[in-house]
Ligand binder design. Structure first.
Ligand code: C2E
Ligand code: CA
Ligand code: CA
Length: 758
């Protein structure tokens, strides 16, 4: 700088670049002087100090090379020391200050001996200059006469300081925003410095470095204290940085959670220190805790759902009563087992078990008894199989056992026998000895083509055979059986469908007075008008309909239609004295039979019921006896069908008080050729007569039969010789034609035979 007081310089401007001035020069030799000067010069150049010397008294100003170079001037360039020009180079913000500082420096104010300011470099940029100067001579009036000093380019230092300030400003801001408190601990002497933010975190206003440690320790939550102090101690001992979290209780009693991080360092004095930061993470921890709680809750709920799901799955796959796997489970298991057997070549055996007499127990002792029996059966099954076998209840009283591995027919047979034996043992239920049993159908297979579904069907078919073969037995499946069973199963389905569609209709076979050959009555015979197979006679459907329990229904339908047909015939002027309908044993035991018949408003004496002789009347139940009584009351007659084939006792016949006996056609067939048969038939006719019972002969196939039976005193005749069974519509023309009386009539019957009426 040009450290010149403008006032003092007024009028004393001289040329600059004068020699360096030395107050002691007069006492030194020339050589000494120059040596001294060069030494100073080197020192000054080396230290980067630019020297200035203003001798006001002599009007001399000196500026060293360094002084010029730092401003971008050439060393040999003349610096004229013009104050006004120079002041223009000062940074505008510093100008007023510099003017004042020079004034104060000249005045010897120690506060201004050193000051800093910015001056423009030749190249246009600003440089920071530290100016040190002092007045070294005064004139007589005490005014400064000579001022000497140095300028140093401190731009770099200033920039470093600025950088530091910049960084610490940022740091401060960051700490401020994040509410991080900082401490610095001197390990050796145990003092700790806290900044204001740290104090605020701990709810304190002040603490002395010597007490900070103990204050801090005291604020630690009692439950965390030992752990925290141990961490700290360990870190100090091993010189390792640490991070931990702990609770404090502030002086205002509030609990907070603090996270702390600290690092060791050695300061410039070689002292071991620890610098660390604390911040309040209470909100974060609370949030975390809440999240954790929510997560725990969700997990607990998931677990509940999971177990509910398992429960539901269990329910869906098990039978509630016995706890055994159910049909769905069996299907799943079948898939698994068959896949395993296909893969490994093992055999799969299916035992299909059906309880015998279960329905009776259920019906007579009630459902609770039934349930107890089912539970018992489940126990028997579980107890009879190996642990690797699978037992399921697949419906009412049906169970299935699956066995894999080495299933030989003999072993399976033994298993089935064992199960049946156990099932047959009587069980005590509320004072009753309940007895039931079981039938078992068995199917086994192995190999890569094993089909579990088919195997199950096969076991079912074998079961059917076991049941029809007398119950309490087991049967293995055979292929022929399957074909037959499948056919009859299909037929059973078709029968049910046929009933719905009204495909069962009556045919009528006329009966004649044996002496006059007048029409004496008609027997209804059921026919099935099958959509594919045409007209079917009872031998094609009656047995299966019996299994289906559908014969009563058919009987009822036939009677209904017979009444309708009879009414229609009467309208046409044809009077049939009596219509006989066949009645199955089941229908005769139907407790609602009388009610149904009453609703039909049957004209007394017009209808008779044909009962098979095989209906044993000796051990008839009350329902049958009641029904028979009702029939008599309604004016419905009883006829004993197929008489002579069974073992009906005369006593039971009397009990029934039938109107008519129908001699079975087997006894009639041989009449013309066997005197023996003729004798037998005659004695039947005699018995009838003595008991006041009419006698009808069935299977009257020839005119010989007609003649012989007439001679034997038979009452009525029924057979192909006189009339074949025919549909209702053909009855009136047939009767009108009266063809049975003539030889021509027989040829008409021939036509009828061809028409399929039998
Ligand atoms: P059924 O009661 O003994 O009926 C007489 C059967 O003998 C009839 O056979 C009839 O067509 C046949 N028939 C009649 N005249 C002659 C003859 O001169 N020679 C021979 N060989 N047979 C003759 P269908 O119609 O096939 O009936 C067979 C059996 O089916 C009946 O025997 C009866 O027990 C039963 N049935 C027929 N319809 C019904 C019905 O609606 N309800 C019940 N429960 N059973 C019926
Ligand atoms: Ca009959
Ligand atoms: Ca018969």
């Amino acid at each position: 700088m040009k450290q010149v007081n403008p006032d003092k310089l007024v009028g004393s401007k001289t040329k600059s670049g004068a020699e360096p001035y030395d107050g002691n020069a007069a006492t030194l030799s020339g050589a000494d002087l120059s040596e001294r000067e060069s030494r100073w010069n080197y020192a000054l150049v080396g230290s980067g100090l630019g020297v200035w010397d203003h001798n006001l008294r002599l009007g001399k100003r000196y500026y060293s090379d360094t002084w010029k170079i730092m401003r971008g001037m050439a060393p040999d360039e003349e610096a004229d020391g013009d104050y006004d020009a120079w002041i223009e180079l000062i940074h505008p913000d510093d100008r007023d200050f510099v003017v004042k500082a020079i004034e104060r420096q000249n005045a010897g104010d120690p506060g201004y001996q050193i000051f800093e300011y910015r001056e423009r470099h030749r190249n246009g940029h600003w440089i920071w200059i530290e100016c040190r100067g002092a007045c070294v001579e005064w004139d007589e009036d005490g005014a400064p006469a000579r001022l000497v000093g140095t300028d140093t380019d401190i731009t770099e230092r200033k920039e470093a300081a600025e950088r530091l300030a910049h960084v610490s400003r940022r740091l401060d801001l960051a700490l401020d925003i994040s509410d991080i408190g900082v401490f610095e601990a001197d390990i050796e002497n145990g003092t700790v410095d806290w900044d204001d933010r740290l104090l605020a975190i701990y709810g304190m206003t002040d603490t002395s470095p010597a007490n900070t440690s103990s204050t801090w320790e005291a604020s630690l939550h009692p439950d965390d204290r030992d752990r925290v102090l141990a961490t700290l101690e360990e870190s100090v001992a091993t010189n390792t940085d640490f991070q931990h979290e702990f609770r404090i209780i502030r002086q205002d009693g509030i609990e907070r959670v603090i996270r702390a991080k600290a690092a060791f360092f050695v300061d410039s004095d070689g002292r071991r220190k620890l610098i660390g930061a604390n911040w309040d993470v209470t909100a974060e921890v609370r949030l975390n805790n809440e999240l954790q709680r929510a997560k725990d809750l969700a997990e607990a709920r998931n677990k509940e759902l999971e177990s509910a799901k398992e429960n539901i799955e269990h329910l869906a796959l098990h039978d509630y009563l016995t706890g055994l796997p159910n049909r769905r489970y069996l299907d799943r298991k079948l898939d698994e087992c068959s896949a395993e057997c296909r893969r490994t070549g093992l055999s799969l055996a299916i035992l299909h078990i059906d309880l015998d007499r279960f329905k009776q127990i259920n019906d007579t002792l009630g459902h609770r008894a039934g349930d107890a029996m089912l539970k018992h059966a489940a126990q028997v099954l579980r107890g009879s199989v190996r642990s690797t076998d699978f037992v399921a209840r697949i419906g009412g009283d049906e169970f299935v056992v699956l066995c894999t591995l080495d299933v030989t027919p003999r072993k399976i047979s033994n298993l089935a026998e064992r199960i049946i034996r156990e099932l047959c043992k009587p069980i005590r239920y509320e004072g009753h000895d309940c007895r039931f049993g079981g039938s078992i159908g068995i199917a086994t297979d192995s190999g890569p083509a094993l089909d579990a579904k088919q195997l199950l069907l096969n076991a079912d078919i074998a079961l059917y055979r076991a049941k029809s073969g007398g119950r309490n037995r087991h049967e293995f499946f055979s292929t022929d059986e399957r074909r037959r069973i499948i056919a009859s199963k299909r037929l059973a389905d078709e029968i049910l469908l046929g009933l719905e569609r009204g495909e069962f209709i009556p045919f009528y076979q006329l009966q004649f007075d044996a002496q006059t050959l007048d029409v004496a009555g008609v027997e209804t015979l059921a026919r099935w008008q099958h959509r594919e197979h045409g007209l079917l006679a009872p031998d094609r459907f009656l047995t299966i309909a019996e299994d289906l329990d559908a014969v009563s229904t058919i009987d009822g339908l036939i009677l209904d239609q017979a009444l309708v047909d009879r009414a229609r015939w009467e309208k046409e002027g044809l009077f049939i004295p009596k219509i006989a309908v066949n009645v199955s044993a089941r229908r005769l035991g139907d407790p609602n039979l009388a009610k149904k018949l009453r609703s039909l408003k049957i004209e007394p004496g017009s209808i008779s019921f044909e009962l098979l002789e095989s209906i044993s009347l000796d051990d008839c139940d009350d329902a049958v006896i009641g029904n028979l009584r009702q029939l008599r009351r309604l004016g419905i007659d009883i006829e004993i069908d197929d008489f002579g084939t069974g073992h009906a006792s005369i006593v039971s016949l009397l009990k029934l008080s039938p109107k008519t006996l129908k001699i079975d056609r087997e006894l009639i067939r041989m009449l013309p050729h066997s005197a023996e048969q003729r004798k037998l038939v005659r004695s039947i006719i005699d018995i009838g007569r003595s008991l006041n019972i009419l006698v009808t002969a069935e299977g009257v196939e020839t005119m010989d039969h007609v003649r012989i039976l007439g001679d034997l005193g038979c009452d009525m005749l029924q057979g192909y010789a006189l009339a074949r069974p025919m549909p209702a519509l053909q009855i009136p023309p047939f009767v009108r034609a009266a063809s049975w009386r003539s030889a021509e009539g027989r040829s008409l019957q021939h036509d009828l035979r061809k028409s399929g009426a039998r």
